[in-house]
Design a protein around this ligand. Structure first.
Ligand SMILES: *[C@@H]1O[C@H](CO)[C@@H](O)[C@H](O)[C@H]1NC(C)=O
Ligand SMILES: *[C@@H]1O[C@H](CO)[C@@H](O)[C@H](O)[C@H]1NC(C)=O
Length: 259
C-alpha cells in the first residue's frame, strides 16, 4: 500500500501544472483531516489520533481518538470519536468540557469557536468564553439557528455547508457575542469549507474536486467566483495558513502546496 501510495504521488507531481505547486507533506500514513492556523499544523489519521507538526515530523498528542481537530486564534479544540465531546488543549493535555456535544469544531475565527452537532445544528462559543475556559465547568454555546454540516470562520466571516451540500456565508457573526449571524447562500456545491485566518476560502465537492474562492477582499468579503485547484487525486480535506495549502486525499496521502 505504501509503495502504491508513493508511486501515485510521483505520477501526481508529473501531472500537476497549475498555480499551486504541491509536494508530499511530512509523511503521515492514513491521514484523514488537517488543520493549520497561526503557523501551527495538526493532522488526524483514520484511527482518530491527532498529531502536531514539529520540524518535518508528526508527534502524536494524546491517545484520545478524535472526529475533528482545529487550531487557530481560539486555541486547539477537538471533538472525540466517542460521544462527540468537545475538548480544549490546556497545558499539554486535552481537557474535556461539559455542555453540548459537537461533531466538528473550528477555532480559526476571531477568537470564537464554532461547531456543528451530530444533528447538524450550528453553534458558536463566544470569544471570551473560549479563551477563558480552564477545563472545568460547562461551556455555554449559542445556537446559530442554522442547519449546517460543516462550519469554518476566518477574517471576513464564516462559511458553512449543509446536508444538501449547499454553501452559506455570514459576514456579520460577532465573535464577542455570537449574535447577528445572517447567512446567504453562495453558488456551488461542497461537502466541506475551510477558511484561512487571512480570509482565504477553499471548498471540496462530493467528487473530491478542490476549489478556491476568488475575489475576496474587505469590500467583497464573499468573493466573486470559484476557481478550480486541480489535484491529481480526489481530495478529502484541506486547510490553508500563511501561504501553505495542506491537502489530504481520499486515499490518505498528505500534500503541501504553495503558490
Ligand atoms: C438550535 O437551532 C436548531 C436549528 O438549527 C433547532 O433545530 C434546535 O431546536 C435549536 N436548539 C435549541 C436548544 O434551541
Ligand atoms: C465537482 O467538481 C467537478 C469538477 O468541476 C464537477 O465535474 C462535478 O460535477 C462536481 N460535483 C459536484 C457534486 O458538485
Amino acid at each position: 500500500m505504501r509503495a502504491v501510495a508513493a508511486f501515485l504521488l510521483v505520477l501526481c507531481y508529473l501531472a500537476v501544472t497549475h498555480a499551486w505547486r504541491c509536494s508530499e507533506g511530512p509523511r503521515l500514513y492514513n491521514a484523514r483531516q488537517i488543520d493549520a492556523g497561526q503557523g501551527k499544523v495538526i493532522a488526524r489519521d483514520t484511527s482518530g489520533y491527532v498529531y502536531f507538526l514539529i520540524g518535518s515530523s508528526w508527534h502524536r498528542m494524546t491517545t484520545i481518538r478524535f472526529n475533528h481537530a482545529s487550531i487557530g486564534p481560539a486555541g486547539l479544540w477537538a471533538t472525540s470519536t466517542s460521544g462527540n465531546r468537545v475538548y480544549k488543549y490546556i497545558a499539554g493535555n486535552f481537557a474535556v468540557s461539559s455542555g453540548l456535544s459537537m461533531r466538528q469544531v473550528d477555532a480559526g475565527g476571531n477568537g470564537q469557536v464554532v461547531g456543528v452537532t451530530s444533528s447538524s445544528a450550528a453553534y458558536c462559543l463566544r470569544s471570551d468564553l473560549a479563551s477563558s475556559y480552564k477545563g472545568s465547568g460547562s461551556l455555554s454555546w449559542s445556537n446559530l439557528s442554522r442547519v449546517l454540516k460543516y462550519i469554518s470562520c476566518g477574517k471576513y466571516g464564516c462559511w458553512g455547508t449543509d446536508t444538501s451540500h449547499r454553501i452559506y456565508f455570514s459576514q456579520t457573526l460577532s465573535p464577542t457575542t455570537c449574535g447577528n449571524s445572517r447567512w446567504s447562500q453562495i453558488s456551488g456545491s461542497a461537502v466541506m469549507v475551510e477558511v484561512g485566518t487571512d480570509g482565504s476560502v477553499f471548498v471540496v465537492n462530493s467528487s473530491g474536486q478542490l476549489y478556491q474562492r476568488s475575489g475576496i477582499s474587505s469590500r467583497s468579503p464573499q468573493g466573486t467566483s470559484w476557481t478550480t485547484v486541480s489535484m491529481c487525486m480526489p481530495v478529502r480535506h484541506v486547510s490553508y495558513d500563511l501561504g501553505n495549502l495542506w491537502v489530504v486525499t481520499t486515499s490518505g496521502l498528505l500534500m503541501k502546496c504553495t503558490h
